[in-house]
Each structure stands twice: as structure tokens, then as C-alpha cells.
Ligand binder design. Structure first.
Ligand SMILES: *[C@@H]1O[C@H](CO)[C@@H](O)[C@H](O)[C@H]1NC(C)=O
Ligand SMILES: *[C@@H]1O[C@H](CO)[C@@H](O)[C@H](O)[C@H]1NC(C)=O
Ligand SMILES: *[C@@H]1O[C@H](CO)[C@@H](O)[C@H](O)[C@H]1NC(C)=O
Length: 410
């Protein structure tokens, strides 16, 4: 008996050194959905961060709704090698933009994100909770968009300057702008997330990736008013698998090369994706006049239910009226589309509009079958558009993409 007690105590002591849990309720959080719980979250995080245990967990318990103002969790000084946010309760933002702290006036730096995590090495954000950015009133203010609005609209959750980041199981809803942004980070895992916002909500991308490498997105459901996944400059080695996308604009690389910048994206592998009622499917978009490259990508095992443009490369991207043709462009090279089927909304199911001075190279189409969806299950043939593309088709490819050819001089 004494031996058992000893062993028990031994594990208790060992356990307390290895693992430390801090409940936000013990730090004054109320969880009634309207009392500001930001200070309690901050205080719980500081305690976890100062813990001498190997791993520390901030517990956000279920069946409660926590109201948070914009908040930054900075992991720079944290002692545990892993910090976990176990979020089983819901988290809500102020519903009125005017009630957001630090978002008044022109100092946008204060208000670029709602919940921000930075400088972590080993971060888990997980649980069954819902993170609701309550963006409806922000979206309405967008009616002044196209540069007329001075104020920045905040991103829902921003994770930056971090390594070994795991985002698991959570639901994200109705962010004012993009739901999740990963920036300047490596080894990022986003698994089993649900992200949803209305189809007409502006700029509410599901997951945005910028300056990150080794990013893994798996088993996510994303339906919003903008890109399901958008991949910006400096992104490399991304694996996106088993994503259900729609409504939304699809999975987008770019836009790259705005303001004649040099931008790069490479090694992107999209597998097992389903697109339902999306504007685009898999899209690469670049501005005229840019530099850099978008290369080494594979899009495979993809199913479309009525996407407007299932496969699209657009090197003439322009979000205003006055883009003129330029002599340089982001180079697009080594892009494979393979095992792709389903329906498109428009006749042109494959659109490859490559730049005049810089052709797209090594574009490979293999086993593609896209039909146009007419009313009531009537399917019609689709066609393709392409301009200045080098590459080849193999297997059955419908629509035919006759402009692909191999340039022997290359
Ligand atoms: C793709 O989907 C198939 C069928 O659902 C599954 O067997 C396969 O493991 C998936 N591939 C990946 C990489 O998840
Ligand atoms: C083309 O891209 C694929 C996918 O990233 C890569 O595996 C392959 O090595 C690339 N081919 C060349 C010739 O670079
Ligand atoms: C730009 O170049 C494309 C391809 O050659 C051409 O179709 C388009 O008309 C040009 N646009 C302008 C504004 O010159």
C-alpha cells in the first residue's frame, strides 16, 4: 500500500513538473458572452508562460462564451517548450466595430488583428470551441471599399514569427476580414478546422499564408466570401489535402507581383480537394510588371461541383480599371493539373492567360474531365482558353487544351 502511495505521489510530482494547466476562469474570466474577459486571458497566459513546467496549457472551458477585445499573445519570453490553448468554449468579438478597442482613428497598426499569436516555438491552439469574429457590421462598412476607406479591417486570428504551430479542431466564423493568417512562420499544421462566413462577405478568406514554409492543411471545411486558401509571397512547401471548399473563390496562389514587386511561391501540392459552387477552383493570379516566380505545383484528385472557372491562370490580374501591359511578369513554371473532374458553371472551364513577354512553361494537363452544368443535370461540353502557354496534355483531357505545345528551344 505504502508503495502504491509512493508511486502515486511520485507521478503527481513528476506530472506537475511536466505539465501545468491554467484555467481562464481562475483568472477572473466570466464567460457570459458580454463581460470583457481579455484581462483574464492575458493573466492566464502570463502564468502559463512563466511556468517552469515543460508544457503549459491555458484552458478555455466549454459551455461558455468568452468576450475578447483585440489581444496579443507574445511567446517570446515563455519558459515552457510548448504552450497549448485548449479552447472548448466559444470566443466572441465585439459586434460593433466602434466598440473594438484600439481600432479608432487612423493608427491601423493597433487593429490589424483580433487575436494575435507571435514569437512561439511550439504552439497548439486546439479544441471544440468556435471563434466568432462577428464581422457583419465590418462587412457593411466595406461598401466604401476600393481604397476609399482609411481604416484597416482586422484579421480574425493572426499567427506570425512562429515555428511548430498546430491549429486543430476549432471552428471559425464571420471574421471581419480573413479568418486565419499565417505569416513568417515555419512548420505550420492546420487540421480539422471548419471556417465559415456568408458567400457575400467581403475579403473573408479562410486561411491566408504569407512568408511561410512547410505548411500542412488537412481535412478542413472552408466556405466563405473569398478564397478558401490564399497563398501569398514567400510561401514554399505547402501541402493542402482533403479540403472542402465552397462557397468562396477557391484556392488561390497570389496575386503576385503587384507594384512590380519580386514575389515567389514554390512547391505547392493540392490533393483531394472538393469545390462546391465556388467562383474559381485552383487559380494562379499575377499582376503585369511583376518579377519572381510561381513554380513546382501539383493540383490533383480534385472534384468540382459547378465552379465558375475550375482551372485558371491569370497573368493579367488587376483589381482596378487602369492596368497597362508591361514587359515583365512573374514566371509561371512546372504546374501539373491531374485527375480533375466535375462541372463548371461557364463554358470556358480551363483558362490559361499567360503573359505576352513571359510564357508559362511546363504546364501539364493529365486526365481531366470537366463538363458544363446546364439546368437539371444536363451536361454540355466545355472549352478552354489559352494564351502563350508551353506544356503538354496526356491521358484524356476534356476540354481539349490545344494551345499547349512543347517549345523545342527550351
Ligand atoms: C484522398 O482521398 C482518398 C479517398 O477518400 C483517400 O483514400 C486518400 O487517402 C486521400 N489522400 C490523402 C493524401 O489524404
Ligand atoms: C515540378 O514540381 C514538382 C512538384 O513540386 C516537383 O516534384 C518536380 O521535381 C518539379 N520538376 C522540376 C523539373 O523541377
Ligand atoms: C495586353 O496584352 C494582351 C495579350 O497580348 C492583349 O490581349 C491585351 O489587349 C493587351 N492590353 C492592352 C491594354 O494593351
Amino acid at each position: 500500500m505504502a508503495k502504491f502511495v509512493f508511486i502515486f505521489l511520485f507521478f503527481l510530482v513528476l506530472g506537475s513538473q511536466a505539465y501545468h494547466a491554467v484555467d481562464v476562469l481562475d483568472h477572473g474570466a466570466i464567460g457570459n458572452g458580454h463581460t470583457d474577459d481579455s484581462k483574464a486571458f492575458d493573466s492566464a497566459f502570463r502564468m502559463a508562460c512563466d511556468s517552469s513546467s515543460r508544457t503549459a496549457t491555458i484552458v478555455v472551458p466549454g459551455r461558455k462564451s468568452f468576450f475578447l477585445q483585440p489581444l496579443v499573445f507574445n511567446g517570446k519570453q515563455c519558459r515552457p517548450s510548448t504552450i497549448t490553448f485548449q479552447i472548448d468554449g466559444d470566443i466572441v468579438a465585439p459586434s460593433d466595430p466602434n466598440a473594438w478597442h484600439g481600432c479608432d482613428g487612423d493608427d491601423d497598426k493597433l487593429c490589424h488583428a483580433w487575436i494575435e499569436f507571435k514569437h512561439f516555438d511550439g504552439l497548439y491552439i486546439q479544441g471544440s470551441g468556435t471563434i466568432n469574429g462577428r464581422g457583419r457590421k465590418w462587412w457593411r462598412r466595406h461598401s466604401c471599399h476600393k481604397n476609399a476607406c482609411k481604416r484597416t479591417v482586422p484579421t480574425g486570428m493572426m499567427i506570425s514569427d512562429s515555428n511548430d504551430v498546430h491549429l486543430l479542431g476549432l471552428t471559425f466564423e464571420d471574421s471581419p476580414k480573413m479568418h486565419i493568417a499565417f505569416e513568417d512562420s515555419t512548420r505550420v499544421y492546420a487540421y480539422q478546422l471548419t471556417i465559415k462566413a456568408p458567400a457575400d462577405s467581403p475579403n473573408t478568406d479562410g486561411i491566408h499564408i504569407q512568408h511561410c514554409s512547410h505548411v500542412f492543411i488537412d481535412h478542413c471545411f472552408i466556405g466563405t466570401g473569398d478564397d478558401c486558401v490564399s497563398i501569398g509571397d514567400g510561401s514554399a512547401h505547402l501541402e493542402i489535402t482533403n479540403v472542402e471548399c465552397g462557397p468562396g473563390h477557391g484556392i488561390s496562389i497570389g496575386s503576385l507581383g503587384k507594384h512590380k514587386e519580386r514575389e515567389t511561391v514554390e512547391s505547392v501540392h493540392v490533393r483531394n480537394a472538393t469545390f462546391t459552387g465556388t467562383q474559381n477552383g485552383v487559380r494562379i493570379k499575377t499582376w503585369q510588371g511583376g518579377k519572381g516566380y510561381a513554380s513546382n505545383m501539383i493540383f490533383e484528385n480534385i472534384f468540382f461541383h459547378g465552379a465558375r472557372y475550375p482551372i485558371i491562370i491569370d497573368q493579367y490580374y488587376c483589381d482596378h480599371e487602369h492596368c497597362t501591359n508591361q514587359t515583365s511578369a512573374v514566371h509561371i513554371n512546372n504546374i501539373t493539373y491531374m485527375n480533375i473532374e466535375g462541372t463548371s458553371e461557364k463554358e470556358i472551364a480551363v483558362k490559361l492567360a499567360c503573359s505576352q513577354p513571359v510564357p508559362c512553361r511546363n504546364i501539364i494537363m493529365k486526365n481531366i474531365n470537366l463538363q458544363r452544368e446546364e439546368d437539371q443535370h444536363k451536361l454540355k461540353e466545355t472549352s478552354s482558353f489559352c494564351f502563350n502557354v508551353r506544356g503538354r496534355s496526356s491521358g484524356n483531357v476534356f476540354p481539349k487544351v490545344p494551345c499547349l505545345y512543347v517549345d523545342k528551344n527550351l
